[in-house]
Design a protein around this ligand. Sequence first.
Ligand code: 13P
Length: 338
Amino acid sequence: MMNNQELKHLAERLMSNNKGILAMDESTGTCDKRFKALGIPQTEEYRRKYRQMIVTTPQLEESISGAILFDETLHQQTDDGQSFLTILKQKDIIAGIKVDQGTIPLSFFPGETITEGLDGLTNRMTNYYQMGLRFAKWRAVIHIDSALPTKTCIAANAYTLARYAAICQEAGIVPIVEPEVLMDGSHTMERCAAVTQDVLKEVFNALYEQKVFLEGMILKPNMVLPGLACPEQNDTETIAYETISCFLKVVPAAIGGIAFLSGGQSPLLASERLNMMQLRYGSIMPWPLTFSFSRAIQQPALEIWKGDDKNVAAAQEALAHRAAGNRAARLAEYNPAS
Ligand code: 13P
C-alpha cells in the first residue's frame, strides 16, 4: 500500500518536465461514434489498431507523461504481440485508467446527469494497481441552461467525485478529478465562470470532507468559455484571465496540479488558450498547469488515419505534432503558425 508521499511523488511525475497527459480513454460507445463519423469500422479490432497507432507514435514520450486508458485497451497488444502497457512502460509513460462507467440521467432532475461506477470500485482499483496502473480518471458532467445546473446535481456529482478519489488513494492510485462544465449551449462566458466556480467550490468541499490528500490528486477542469452557441465569443486574453481568476478563488494551492480537458474546442484554440494562461499568469499560479486533452490531441490524427494502415505514419506525425504543440503551450512558447 502506498503512502501519501508516494501519491504526491506520482502526481509530481505526471506534471513534470512541462509534459501533459493524453486522454486516450474513450469508452467503446464514444470511440464508435467518432469512428462512424469517418467511416471506420466500429469493431474491437479497429479500436485496437487505433490505440496501437497512438501508443507506438515516435517521440510521444517527449510531450506526454501519462496516458489514460480504457479497460479494453489494457488487454490489447500490438501486431507483434507486445502489450500496450509494456510499450507505455518502455517509453516511461505512466499508465492510467478511466474507472467511471459513464453518465445516466439524475433521478427527478430532468436534463442533468450523475456518473456511475462506485459499486465494486475498491476491488477494481486493487486489480488495476496490481496490473501496474498508477492513476485514474472519473468524469462528472454539468450542463448549463437557463435553470441548470441545480444545487442537487452539483452536490451529488461532487460527493461522487470525492468518494471515487478517496477509493483511489486508498489503493495507491492518484485520482484525476474531472468535473466538466459543458460548452454546449448559448450561455455567456460570465455564466460559465460562475457555474465553474460553484462546482469547484463544492468539489473541493467534498474532497476535504472525505479526507482526500490534495497533494496526491490532479484536477481536470474545463476552461472558462462562452457556450458554443453564444453570440459573443471572447478573445483568448479574456478567457485566460477569467479561467485563472476562477481557479485562484477556489482551487487550493496544495493540489498536485491542474490538467485541462479540451471539451470540444478546436485543437488550435485549446493550445492557444493554454499558452496565454502560461504567458500571462505562469509566474503567479500556485499549481502546475498543463493539458489532458483527448479530442484536441487525437482528432486530427484520427481524421488522417481513417482506419487505413497506409496512413499510420502520417497520423502519428499529426499526433506527435499536436502533443508537442501543447507542451510548447505549457512553456508559453506555442506558435500557431508552426
Ligand atoms: P476532451 O479533451 O476531448 O474533452 O476529453 C478529455 C477527457 O478526458 C474527457 O473525459
